[in-house]
Design a protein around this ligand. Structure first.
Ligand code: FES
Length: 152
């Protein structure tokens, strides 16, 4: 099932991270399944335990199904000092999830991350590849509603 993503890369261990990215980015639920780990393990001749070690070491990988839109709120000090905690509270309330959870409709997963490199616009979050800065509770509500509106 994952062959077309896996075989884009030569069967060398150095390609493990690239292959895992490829699989995760192409999965509608943005994660690396047990089945995918098995296929990669056979292709690269590395143990599933080694692959899981890599998957759990890097926070960008997930072994659990996630939402269509992954929200990553920066929790580093500059964002924290400019109110990321309030933004987190707002996100949890609006989406009715805790950190690491996915909304019931499968639209959003809420995660925390370290500095996104745009501290001048703190507090900051990323949703998939898009960065949103100078966040306020009102702005968060609008962003979430806009994305919901686009899915309908
Ligand atoms: S600390 Fe949040 S973007 Fe740098």
């Amino acid at each position: 099932m994952y062959e077309k993503f896996i075989k884009k890369y030569a069967p060398t261990k150095d390609n493990l991270i690239y292959i895992l990215h490829e699989i995760q980015d192409n999965h509608p639920q943005q994660y690396v399944s047990e089945e995918a780990v098995q296929e990669v393990s056979e292709y690269l001749k590395v143990s599933p335990a080694h692959i899981y070690g890599v998957l759990t070491f890097y926070t960008m990988f997930s072994t659990k199904p996630r939402g269509k839109n992954i929200i990553r709120l920066c929790e580093s000090p500059p964002c924290f000092l400019r109110g990321s905690e309030q933004i987190l509270k707002k996100l949890k309330e609006s989406l009715d999830v805790k950190i690491g959870e996915t909304t019931k409709d499968g639209l959003f997963t809420l995660e925390l991350c370290a500095c996104l490199g745009v501290c001048g616009n703190a507090p900051v979050m990323m949703i998939n590849e898009d960065v949103y800065g100078d966040l306020t509770e009102k702005k968060v509500e609008k962003i979430i509603n806009d994305i919901k509106g686009r899915q309908e």
